[in-house]
Write a protein that binds this ligand. Structure first.
Ligand code: DX5
Ligand code: ZN
Length: 222
């Protein structure tokens, strides 16, 4: 299954050229990406609108890689089934948007997907605490959700090391993923702090030598 490897690189597809989606996905595969990170934004939970289930289904048809779907949307409980049907492997929800983060995890797992929980940098970790023993993935945001290409927030390194300790005690099989401003400089900091899954948008797709080099260079650090 997807969690048996030790480290995972997840290029964020919203930073790719949407008009050449199939090509971007092939590049990810050829360059050694482990998952495809899919940022779903609804214009309410975050100001931006990106993609919905139809687009996820199109991604699914064009890659063998697991789809790591990050829902930045209001009322995610009403939408998770559509993303599960569209082919998501992991579905990650924001604690700020869930009625009960623990119930949302159970709902996602009952749909046959791996369940992730996440939170804004300004939200205290206590918000996801009830889900930590049962989630398959914990995502630490190192930027405010909403856009690719923002600056990494170094104070989130400490959040990762604290969560690493908590998960080692409570749920050592869960993936600890980081998202936002991950590049050749910041990835090693998060890896040393105990993260094992790394989302990269700009550093992967906007590399001056092209996405293949961008993804390969990041993957070499894992
Ligand atoms: C931010 C998204 C990220 C974003 C990452 O709201 O969740 O996944 O696409 O992009 P970079 O790596 O450029 O910060
Ligand atoms: Zn994301």
């Amino acid at each position: 299954m997807t969690m048996t490897k030790k480290y995972f690189l997840a290029p964020s597809i919203i930073a790719a050229d949407f008009a050449n989606l199939a090509k971007a996905l092939k590049t990810c595969e050829a360059a050694g990406a482990d998952w495809i990170h899919v940022d779903v934004m609804d214009g309410h939970f975050v100001p931006t609108i990106t993609i919905g289930p139809l687009f996820v289904e199109a991604i699914k048809r064009n890659t063998q890689l697991p789809l790591d779907v990050h829902l930045m949307i209001e009322n995610p409980e009403a939408q998770v089934e559509a993303y599960a049907r569209a082919g998501a492997t992991h579905i990650t929800v924001h604690a700020e948007a869930c009625k009960s983060v623990k119930q949302a995890v159970r709902q996602i797992q009952a749909l046959g997907c791996k369940a992730g929980v996440t939170l804004r940098p300004s939200t205290p970790v206590s918000k996801i605490r009830p889900a930590l023993p049962i989630a398959d993935l914990i995502l630490v945001m190192s930027v405010n959700p909403g856009f690719s290409g923002q600056a990494f927030m170094p104070e989130m390194v400490k959040r990762v090391s604290e969560l690493r300790k908590t998960l080692d005690a409570l749920n050592p099989k869960a993936a600890l993923e980081v998202d936002g401003g991950i590049n050749l400089q910041t990835l090693p900091l998060m890896k040393a702090a105990g993260a094992n899954a790394f989302v990269a948008g700009n550093a992967a797709f906007k590399h001056p030598k092209g996405p293949k080099v961008g993804i390969c260079e990041l993957r070499k650090l894992l």
